[in-house]
Ligand binder design. Structure first.
Ligand code: SAM
Length: 286
């Protein structure tokens, strides 16, 4: 029984699990918060939940306590393996821990190994640089293999995921996320809730993958176009898109005009739909 395990604070002491700053480690030891996150992952019927970066296992415990049928946790710091093994033993074989780097692991193959559930969901509280990289990998995966991700980021990154045109955080992350998912800023978690506290507050975002007919398909090229445009955020599109226009052998002015976009605009003025139209044009030109 998960409820009979020693507290997370006791486990951290028992296994000397001090936080390694180089790995961006800040632990959530307050199970009220991890329970709240795991409720955002429900329902769990016929679902495999991937938890990335479980650390001492707070969110892992909450997922199992809330009834997750199958959790695959990926952790690259093997100091946490004994504590996670205790959680696994208390879970009735519902937890498998992979000792490795989530950036390198084929999640689809791992889920198949355990007998494919109907759905894959993802839950994670990760250092922000790894989290952003992983989110972009998951969004651009072809085919998209997951249905929901519940992710904790530093607050400013969470705001970038849900930003709309005109918001200060609007950019590539918002466009990619919202081209594939319905996104929701769930709640803020203040820095002092973590041990040790990071310098900034965090927030949980929920991304629900849209029905196939409503989601944009050329995510890799959309990633390329938005990278070029927002890589030179202060410049007009006719400048920032020049190299990519050359790559796809299109004239930047004709490209923008045909798509109904003013080439003198700056990228933050364009909606995700306008970026998708620009992307369709170069996909068709290729
Ligand atoms: N989820 C735990 C919690 O909320 O207490 C730990 C959070 S801590 C911010 C991030 C965790 O992700 C650490 O345990 C760290 O070792 C792990 N981690 C960092 N990069 C990773 C990667 N590329 N693959 C797997 N785990 C990673």
């Amino acid at each position: 029984m998960i409820e009979t395990l020693p507290t997370l604070t006791e486990v951290v002491k028992q296994y000397h699990l001090y936080a390694n700053k180089k790995l961006g480690q800040h632990f959530l030891l307050d199970m009220n918060i991890t329970d709240k996150i795991s409720r955002l992952v429900t329902p769990f019927n016929n679902v495999t939940v991937f938890e990335v970066g479980p650390g001492p296992g707070g969110l892992t415990r909450s997922l199992l306590k809330e009834g997750a049928e199958q959790v695959i946790a990926i952790e690259m710091d093997d100091r946490f393996l004994p504590a996670l093994a205790d959680v696994g033993a208390a879970s009735g074989k519902r937890l498998r821990v992979i000792d490795g780097d989530a950036l390198k692991i084929d999640m689809v193959a791992e889920a198949k190994n355990d007998g494919a559930a109907a759905e894959i969901k993802i839950a994670a509280n990760l250092p922000y640089n790894v989290g952003t990289k992983l989110l972009i990998n998951w969004l651009t995966a072809e085919p998209i293999f997951w249905t929901r991700a519940v992710l904790m980021f530093q607050k400013e990154v969470a705001e970038r995921v849900v930003a709309k045109v005109g918001d200060s955080g609007y950019g590539r992350l918002a466009i990619l996320s919202q081209s594939v998912c319905e996104v929701d800023y769930a709640f803020t978690v203040l820095a002092h809730a973590f041990s040790p506290p990071p310098k900034v507050d965090s927030a949980v975002v929920v991304l629900n993958v849209l029905e196939a007919s409503n989601r944009y398909s050329h995510l890799t090229t959309l990633g390329e176009v938005t990278k070029a445009a927002f890589g030179q955020r202060r410049k007009m599109l006719r400048k920032s898109l020049k190299n990519i226009a050359t790559k796809y052998n299109v004239d930047v002015q004709t490209w923008c005009e045909t798509c109904g976009v003013d080439s003198q605009q700056r990228p933050e003025e364009l909606t995700p739909a306008q970026f998708q139209t620009l992307t369709d044009y170069v996909v068709n030109a290729a």
